[in-house]
Structure formats: structure tokens, C-alpha cells
Design a binder for this molecule. Structure first.
Ligand code: ASP
Ligand code: ASP
Length: 360
């Protein structure tokens, strides 16, 4: 059923000014009692927090291995309910959040499209979200528009019943929980070689519209002496806002369109797909850039410890023949997402102590 009336777009006084304000000034709006309340953008996370969340994810996955441990985990948030509002396609983020909720006992409701909600009657998306807040204790939002999750959290935080909002992907802008699980995967992969500090990471593909590489770049500020290689076709180069951020924080980065020459240098190669859904005319775009694909023969020229990652879904960026190589981390990365998201939810509701850890 398509909309019978135009969606309502009311003006929220103060929103535009807030949205375009300085990121550092915005952070406070998403805190409660000195802790992160809403998870909106990657710049909210510092090193102690990232280390803490990775450690908590390890503890949860260890606990979940036993029947007693998993029963205990399920009892932690059995009195809470979550809403997954995913109005942009998703497989992994949706499933991993849903399963993360199940691990901790939260009951989950979902909306995956607007055609069955009152949005067809013209209800604004902000009112729709406010309605969820009347029923649940946590809202996880994926939306094609940059800034939508942020606006949701900003609106709710001015009501008398704010509930935490997690950004599960905001258009071509950010995907902060993906960036956290990428950090978790990198740290686990480099566990025996000193962790992520000092490593060289190549990000490859559509860096202009890929929100995962944008969020991950922001997080690099928390690690010492990391070098980034941005490898892309000319038209998909990393945008200036990220480059300005890296320059401001003294993070070394190089840009290249010669993927092969970068391969032997990298400790991790982060592949991404072309984000055609954001093109004005997707049919007018080339959808495959074979020079930016990772093929089986490349396994011979990368470092023995090089970690190959991909946020998925993949198209042709990585040959399936690469999947069997122990350095292919993307399926592990996908599973890591569920444990990491369970850790994040446990932290938000303050039940970490029950898992035997506490964030100071
Ligand atoms: N990694 C994306 C997600 O987690 C891919 C997908 O949409 O399937 O949702
Ligand atoms: N799954 C990731 C995302 O949702 C990457 C992608 O879709 O290409 O941004």
C-alpha cells in the first residue's frame, strides 16, 4: 500500500542549529548520568570505552557457551523490550541486533517498512518513533537519511520518556556499531601482534558513500600510530570532512587508486562494495571496478597476518575462493557483531556488573 497522503514534516525548532553544530558540543546531549545513553555517531567513543566494550563482548560470548551462563544472560533484561525500526534494507545489522536482544532476554518488536504503519496516513516519522517510545525501552533505527537517528534521539531526549536510541546505519553518513564491531574484529585479529596500535589499514572501494569506512576512520583517533590507505576509483574518494578530521588528529593517511601496490603494505584490508543505492541514477553507474577486487591470486602477496574484512553484503569485491583462507575474517566479523551489540546493550542498561565487569 502506498502513502495516501504526503508524509507530515513539521519543523522542530532548534533542530537544524543543533544538527549543524560542532560534534564535540553535541556529545553531551546523548549522555545520561555521565554514560552514553544514545549511540549515534562514532565520535562518541573513546579508547577506554572501546577497550571496555570489546572485553565485555568477550565475556558475554564466553558465558553464552554454557547452559547456565546463557540462562543467566537471558535473565538480565527479560523485563525490557526493544523496537527495531529498520526502514532501509538490512540483513546482518537487523539479525545481529535481534539476536543480541535475545541473548540478553529482551523482547523485540520490528518495523521493516512503513507501508503497514500510520505513516501511510501521513503520520510523521518523528511521531512514529515517539509512539514506539511509549511501548519499549530501546529503539534501534536504520534509515536511509543521514541524521534521522540523531534527530530521533534529540526529539526523545526532550520528552518526559526518553528511551535510548541506537543508530543502526544512517544513510551514507555513519554506522557506528559496525565501526565498533570492526574494531573488535581488528583487535581480535591482532591479539598476538600488539593489537591495533601501529597497524596499517587499507580501506578499499566506494569510500565516498560507504558509511562503514567513514565511521571506522573516525575511530582511528583512539589508536596510536595507525596509518590508513584510502584505495578507490577517483570518483569514490574519501570525502573532505573525514580527511580534515584525520589531519586535525594527526592520523596518517594516503590516497591511491593502485590497489595492488598497497596490498603488501597492509596489516588489514577492508573491502567495500559500490553503494549504488545512493546514486541519482543507479542504472547509469558502473557497478564493478575489477581493479578494486580482491582475488585469490592476491593471497600470495599480502602479509602472512593480513586480515581481510568486509562489512558485507559482498558482490564481486572478494572472490569466494578467498573465503577458505584463514586470513579471511568477514564471516567472523559478522558473528562478532552480535556479541559486540549484546555488550553494547548490556552497557546501556547497566547490567555489566552481573556479567562480572563494570565500566568506570
Ligand atoms: N552489513 C549490512 C547490515 O549489517 C549488510 C546488510 O544490510 O545485509 O545490515
Ligand atoms: N552493510 C554495510 C552497511 O549497511 C555495508 C554495505 O551495505 O555495503 O553500510
Amino acid at each position: 500500500m502506498s502513502a495516501i497522503v504526503e508524509p507530515t514534516c513539521q519543523i522542530y525548532e532548534g533542530w537544524e542549529e543543533f544538527y549543524h553544530g560542532d560534534t564535540d558540543d553535541k556529545k553531551d546531549c546523548f549522555l545520561a548520568e555521565g554514560k552514553l545513553f544514545d549511540i549515534i555517531f562514532a565520535q562518541q567513543f573513546n579508547r577506554p570505552f572501546l577497550d571496555y566494550i570489546c572485553n565485555l563482548a568477550n565475556q558475554i560470548r564466553r558465558m553464552a557457551k554454557t547452559k547456565m551462563g546463557s540462562q543467566k544472560l537471558r535473565s538480565l533484561l527479560a523485563h525490557k523490550r526493544a523496537m527495531l525500526y529498520f526502514v532501509q534494507p538490512s540483513t546482518r545489522t537487523f539479525l545481529s541486533f535481534q539476536n543480541a536482544c535475545h541473548i540478553l532476554g529482551l523482547k523485540v518488536s520490528e518495523t521493516r517498512e512503513t507501508s503497514t504503519s500510520s505513516e501511510v496516513k501521513g503520520e510523521s516519522q518523528e511521531d512514529t518513533i515517539r509512539t514506539f517510545a511509549s511501548y519499549v525501552n530501546l529503539i534501534i533505527v536504520r534509515h536511509p537519511e543521514a541524521g534521522f537517528a540523531e534527530k530521533t534521539a534529540w526529539v526523545l531526549n526532550q520528552t518526559d520518556r526518553p528511551v535510548p536510541v541506537i543508530n543502526g546505519g544512517s544513510g551514507p553518513d555513519q554506522h557506528p556499531t559496525q565501526a565498533m564491531l570492526d574494531i573488535y574484529t581488528l583487535e581480535r585479529s591482532f591479539k598476538h601482534i600488539g593489537g591495533l596500535d601501529g597497524k596499517k589499514i587499507a580501506m578499499v572501494g566506494d569510500l565516498k558513500r560507504g558509511r562503514t569506512v567513514r565511521s571506522l576512520s573516525y575511530l582511528m583517533k583512539n589508536y596510536r600510530d595507525v596509518t590508513l590507505y584510502f584505495v578507490s576509483p577517483q570518483i569514490f574518494r574519501m570525502k573532505d570532512d573525514i580527511k580534515a578530521f584525520l589531519n586535525k588528529h594527526g592520523i596518517k593517511f594516503y590516497e591511491s587508486d593502485d590497489f595492488r601496490s598497497i596490498m603488501p603494505e597492509a596489516d588489514a584490508i577492508y573491502m567495500t562494495r559500490i553503494q549504488q543505492e545512493y546514486a541519482d541514477d543507479p542504472s547509469g553507474e558502473i557497478d564493478a571496478y575489477p581493479d578494486f577486487h580482491f582475488k585469490k591470486e592476491h593471497l600470495g602477496i599480502i602479509k602472512p597476518h593480513c586480515t581481510i574484512m568486509h562489512p558485507l553484503p559482498r558482490r564481486y569485491e572478494i572472490d569466494v575462493a578467498v573465503d577458505k583462507d584463514p586470513r579471511a575474517a568477514y564471516w567472523r566479523q559478522e558473528r562478532n557483531g552480535m556479541w559486540l551489540r549484546a555488550a553494547l546493550i548490556a552497557y546501556i542498561f547497566g547490567v555489566e556488573k552481573e556479567i562480572g565487569t563494570e565500566f568506570l
